[in-house]
Design a protein around this ligand. Structure first.
Ligand SMILES: Cc1cc2nc3c(=O)[nH]c(=O)nc-3n(C[C@H](O)[C@H](O)[C@H](O)COP(=O)(O)OP(=O)(O)OC[C@H]3O[C@@H](n4cnc5c(N)ncnc54)[C@H](O)[C@@H]3O)c2cc1C
Length: 502
């Protein structure tokens, strides 16, 4: 009996550990709902709801081929030990996971337990992320080979499970059901519309609709929150929970690109759209590799020269204003409220939210990254912490980008319809005053029926002053000899060897 431990790889197809396990005997899958992981501050009830949809579908898919998926709640070592004993399993198979500090420590405990008990534990690579990577040189070539390799097929039929033989004296294990959010101790940080459904079916349908229809204007439309919700692929949660592999997405995009070359009358925007999408799939693993190589970047800056740049403890009022969408910057607040309601936001607006928190509000990224993690359905630690650091200037190797929230608002929401939707208290404000309502003449405010300080806050900081101060503080460190020397070491360890991406 082979036990396949599903983690953030909730799929049947292109699942190497599952296929390898099946070559050794009957297969039982297990998904563990770990209170430690789901009860942590970076988890949210939306993640649990998504996982529940995924495991129900995965169980049905496995059963159709004669397999099974057990659901268990509890500590990983204890649950695996019980299962190995009860099932008489001779090996455990899983993907290597590049997760947060908790799952990293849990995997070490599981490995130590398996070693001590003599249980073979086979952990296979996940996508293009390389465990114990020695050098970034050659990483891209390895990644290219990985995405081009054939997809791993699941067996059409698994070997019969021992308890399906009526003559065998084998106890049938209880399949188990998912726990409720309360049982698991997972928090719901905000009420949400569940915009992306879990499961492999939804993953492939989402990718297909992007590649066939929604993605045509991807390059332009990805920047504005007015268009990005529809024009971006929206596969991020599927990649994060593994209902789709990066290789499946890459090969789907390549097939589409090839089909386009044979369709001369196709919209010319498609070619660029697919190229941009494909490069982002590589970015995903590029960023995850950073956390895999240095798990400490969840808590510490890439470059230690920036360790004392910001206070360790966030200013609680500023943090609350930012997180609740009440900074007095309408476009920033609209983006935050949209994210909290939908569980998703486009890249540029995520970057602006973090830039605003890190530069304008001078909040430590360690606090803001933890606070925002539960609000992303697609929370992926490897991308999340790398991006938070990038947008906070603490990697030492990336171009510093301090977003001007007013400019972003005018560029990405020129008519103010996004602001009106998410900051309804400003709905009556004329468009020319909407991005900076504190500058609105008193008479206009009266006609719009808005009183600043009562209905909507005054700007929490002055943009020009905050921008100037942040830049001066950051560059005082960045220009130091220590930071410069460290930057070279960070690049050596993490920098992309492909042009234009650090
Ligand atoms: C502060 C901050 C935090 C972020 N946290 C996460 C996170 O927790 N999980 C997450 O998946 N993405 C994160 N991103 C990256 C990016 O915003 C999302 O991947 C993207 O918005 C997801 O939507 P999509 O699937 O429609 O992306 P698409 O634009 O359609 O891209 C396809 C896929 O490529 C990958 N990708 C796209 N952009 C990036 C990028 N800049 N870096 C790395 N991979 C990328 C993602 O896997 C994405 O699903 C973060 C960005 C920022 C600025």
């Amino acid at each position: 009996m082979q036990l396949v431990w599903f983690k953030r790889d909730l799929r049947l197809h292109d699942h190497a550990p599952l296929a390898a396990a099946a070559r050794h005997g009957p297969v039982v899958g297990v998904y563990l709902f770990e209170p430690e992981v789901f009860g942590a501050p970076d988890a949210d009830a939306q993640h649990l709801a998504f996982v529940v949809e995924c495991v129900h579908e995965l169980r049905a898919r496995l059963r159709r081929r004669g397999g099974e998926l057990l659901l268990r709640t509890g500590n990983a070592v204890e649950q695996l030990a019980t299962l190995v004993q009860d099932l008489g399993a001779t090996a455990i198979w899983s993907h290597e996971e590049t997760g947060n500090g908790l799952t990293y420590a849990r995997d070490r405990r599981v490995r130590a337990w398996a070693r001590a008990r003599g249980v073979p534990l086979h952990e296979l690579p996940s996508g293009g992320v390389v465990r114990r990577l020695v050098s970034r040189d050659g990483w891209s070539a390895q990644w290219d080979a990985m995405v081009r390799a054939p997809l791993v097929r699941p067996p059409a039929r698994f070997a019969p499970l021992p308890w399906t033989d009526p003559a065998a004296d084998h106890v049938v294990p209880s399949p188990g059901e998912p726990p409720t959010a309360t049982e698991l101790g997972v928090r719901a940080h905000a009420p949400r519309t569940h915009s992306v459904r879990g499961g492999e079916h939804s993953a492939h349908a989402t990718l297909a609709s992007f590649l066939a229809l929604r993605g045509v204007d991807y390059r332009r439309a990805m920047s504005s929150p007015l268009t990005a919700f529809d024009a971006c692929s929206r596969i991020s949660a599927h990649l994060a929970f593994g209902t789709l592999s990066g290789r499946q997405a890459w090969q789907g995009a390549r097939r589409r690109a090839e089909a386009l070359t044979e369709t001369p009358d196709a919209d010319p925007r498609w070619r660029g759209a697919i190229t941009s999408f494909i490069s982002r799939l590589a970015w995903r693993d590029h960023f995850m590799q950073k956390l895999e190589s240095e798990p400490r970047i969840e808590y510490e800056p890439f470059a230690s020269a920036y360790a004392e740049l910001r206070p360790r403890e966030p200013d609680p009022e500023r943090l609350a204003a930012w997180l609740n969408g009440r900074t007095g910057y309408p476009f920033v607040d609209a983006c935050m409220r949209a994210l909290r309601a939908e569980g998703w936001l486009n890249f540029r607006m995520r970057a602006m939210l973090v830039s605003f928190a890190s530069y304008h509000l001078w909040l430590p990224w360690q606090a803001t990254s933890k606070a925002l993690a539960p609000h992303f359905l697609d929370y992926e630690p490897g991308i999340h912490y790398s991006q938070f650091q990038m947008q906070s200037g603490t990697t030492g190797i990336n171009t510093v980008r301090i977003y001007n929230p007013y400019k972003q608002g005018h560029d990405q929401d020129p008519e103010g319809s996004f602001i009106r939707r998410w900051v309804p208290e400003l709905a009556g404000v004329p468009t020319e005053d909407l991005h900076a309502p504190h500058e609105m003449p008193a008479l206009v405010a009266q006609m719009a029926d808005v009183r600043l300080g009562r209905d909507y806050p005054h700007p929490i900081v002055n943009h020009a002053t905050a921008y100037r101060e942040a830049k001066a503080r950051l560059f005082a460190v960045r220009d130091s000899a220590v930071a410069r020397a460290e930057a070279a070491a960070v690049f050596e360890r993490h920098g992309s060897r492909r042009a234009r991406r650090a």
